[in-house]
Design a protein. Structure first.
Length: 118
């Protein structure tokens, strides 16, 4: 995993966003074992407490679960992953549409550009 964290927003939030994207993209497949807190913290160059906070939040959201002696795993619930994918896509679309409106582009212009690029 390539971590690109910066100080403009809370680090634990950026970790969650990074791992959510890995889950929906399949980089962290459903049911897969997640590296330990210390390993992930070292990889991301963050404090283990920060990584633990992010992973705990992901568990709270149902994206991961812990097994007492085996570690932490990505959910294997496809409905949870699908809902996350839709939520992330909707957020991206909202931001995109807002930016297009600020640029003064009409709906048809934007749709034509999307068709050309997609």
């Amino acid at each position: 995993m390539s971590w690109s964290l910066n100080s403009d927003r809370p680090i634990f939030v950026q970790i969650i966003e990074h791992m959510e994207m890995d889950i929906v993209s399949g980089a962290l497949p459903p049911g897969s074992k997640v590296a330990s807190v210390r390993e992930l913290a070292s990889e991301a160059a963050v404090n283990p407490n920060t990584m633990q906070r992010a992973l705990s939040e992901m568990e709270r959201k149902g994206l991961m679960h812990s097994e007492r002696t085996s570690g932490r795993f990505v959910t294997d619930d496809e409905n949870v992953i699908s809902a996350l994918k839709i939520e992330l896509a909707a957020s991206g679309v909202d931001g995109f549409v807002a930016q297009m409106r600020r640029l003064g582009l009409e709906k048809d212009e934007v749709l034509n550009m999307i068709r050309e690029k997609y």
